[in-house]
Design a protein around this ligand. Structure first.
Ligand code: ATP
Length: 229
């Protein structure tokens, strides 16, 4: 597994009332396979998750993934750390399912015909066999989320950061995607309000008011959150 180091990182953002700190000086070392970020709405989970692949840059401190600094080595970090958004519409940019996955395969498959064939294989791996020609807009929420996940994983990331990837899904799709995420060989950092899913991770980090409030064995942290929320 990779080592993700958050070193005294804080995030401040400008607001109409002046600068506001949304993540206070935070230090974490993540080496576990599956780590959940949990906590109330607006506590800072997404901000922390976005720091890990450079989508958000620390105002002070730094974030280092296997020796790569997210600010200095942003491109390499983003190649290593894939990010799945809550709303798949944020990342499905091509008209059809096959073209969308093919876009992720540009680097590994420079020739178009081989790329489209590889995209069909990826779709099939994710239970979307035959979906290639379909418009991404005509897919169900679960199918779209699966496609977004397939597209990110097709880029070959070593680490996957997923920000509430099951929130928009019905019970059955949310279970399906949750199970899939936890079964991935990649290291996973999962922002979630699904505490049962969080408890199945190797470690959970509870964020409250821009600070890490509790950190450790996932079941213990989830139990603590349930008892105190
Ligand atoms: N760019 C920004 N400018 C101003 N405020 C921001 C910005 N990004 C985040 N915030 C604020 O920082 C706080 C933490 O946001 P964040 O999205 O990290 O929370 P979260 O724990 O992921 O919440 P949720 O569970 O609701 O998704 C919120 O109050 C949010 O409004």
């Amino acid at each position: 597994m990779s080592t993700i180091s958050v070193e005294a990182a804080s995030v401040r953002v400008p607001t109409a009332e002046g600068d506001r700190t949304i993540l206070f000086e935070t230090t974490l070392r993540i080496t576990e396979h599956r780590v959940a970020l949990i906590g109330a709405n607006g506590s800072g989970k997404s901000t922390l998750a976005r720091l890990l692949n450079g989508l958000v840059e620390p105002t002070s401190g730094r974030v280092v993934v296997d020796g790569l600094d997210t600010m200095r080595d942003g491109r390499q970090v983003r190649r290593k750390v894939g990010f799945v958004f809550t709303d798949p519409a944020s990342q499905l940019v091509m008209p059809t399912a096959a073209e969308d996955v093919a876009l992720s395969l540009r680097r590994t498959h420079p020739h178009k015909s081989a790329r489209l064939a590889a995209a069909e294989a990826v779709l099939s791996d994710f239970g979307l066999a035959g979906f290639g020609p379909r418009s991404v807009h005509g897919l169900s929420g679960g199918e779209r989320q699966m496609l977004a996940l397939a597209g990110v994983l097709a880029t070959g990331p070593e680490i996957l950061v997923a920000d509430e990837p099951t929130t928009l899904l019905d019970l059955s799709n949310s279970r399906r995607i949750g199970d899939l995420l936890l079964s991935l060989p990649q290291q996973l950092v999962l922002v979630t309000h699904d505490l049962d899913l969080a408890a199945r991770c190797d470690r959970a980090i509870l964020v409250a008011d821009g600070r890490v409030q509790h950190d450790g064995d996932a079941q213990n942290v989830v139990d603590h959150y349930r008892a105190t929320a």
